[in-house]
Ligand binder design. Structure first.
Ligand code: ZN
Ligand code: ZN
Length: 242
């Protein structure tokens, strides 16, 4: 399994960092988890454009995780890609297709077929990947209800198991509770270091032997407290092999 964090920035645009995107390759499949701004350039830079990419799996619909998808689709269309692309979305596929039509990125006019499915269903197609629901969007619950919006508040972390190796990509979390039980068997943990309580990040080395990469920015509190050598800061140049 090969892994590279193509976008390590938080929701705040930062010079020198792209928005959320993690590339994983196993059994000849190129998969990206999340597709923030900067992903199309990163695909070009890493030779993942044209027919190379197989799957885009989106964890949740915050712009830093999904806004790059429009330019990725435009790039692949303009490259005359013909190989189908599978896109997994956390909620409301119909609404997303309407948005593509609104942007004149008509899926039915594209040079390649786009197969849409829900992120929660990804295991059916790719048994090595499990989508783990998280509480990241639940803070919007009352607002969404009061305004009668159709948002489903879905958000996921991803667990990838291949050849007895395990990668856990948390994406965004408010608490680490939903993923803690997966720590012990994980070999590579790519964790949101911005949102969860610093204590919950600092206790991770006691719970796993995994290589721990702090991703998606670093909270100010955590930056002051961190000293353990077990933590690495996400780097968009490093390719990891497991
Ligand atoms: Zn984010
Ligand atoms: Zn988010």
């Amino acid at each position: 399994m090969k892994i590279k964090i193509l976008g390590s920035g938080s929701g705040i645009p930062t010079l020198g960092k792209n928005h959320a995107c993690v590339w994983i390759n196993f059994s000849d499949k190129n998969i990206i988890f999340d597709c923030g701004e900067g992903t199309s350039q990163q695909l070009l830079k890493n030779g993942l454009d044209k027919a190379a990419l197989d799957v885009i799996a989106i964890s949740h619909h915050h712009p830093d995780h999904v806004s790059g998808i429009f330019m990725v689709l435009q790039l692949l269309h303009l490259q005359n890609r013909t190989k189908p692309l599978n896109i997994y979305l956390p909620e409301d596929i119909d609404f997303f297709v309407k948005m593509l039509n609104y942007l004149y990125t008509f899926p039915t006019k594209c040079t390649f077929k786009i197969n849409f499915a829900l992120t929660s269903e990804i295991t059916k197609d790719i048994p090595e990947i499990q989508a783990i629901p998280s509480n990241h969007m639940l803070g919007y619950k009352d607002f969404v209800r009061q305004n009668n919006f159709s948002n489903k508040l879905m958000s996921y972390s991803f667990l990838i198991r291949y050849n007895s190796k395990q990668v856990l990509y948390s994406s965004d979390l408010w608490s680490t509770k939903s993923i803690e039980k997966y720590y012990p068997k994980t070999d590579l943990l790519i964790i949101d270091a911005l949102h969860p309580e610093p204590d919950k990040i600092l206790e991770i080395p006691d719970k796993t032997d995994a290589r721990i990469i702090l991703n998606h920015g670093l909270s100010e509190k955590l930056e002051i407290l961190i000293s353990d050598e077990r933590f690495e800061i996400a780097n968009e140049e490093n390719e990891i092999t497991l």
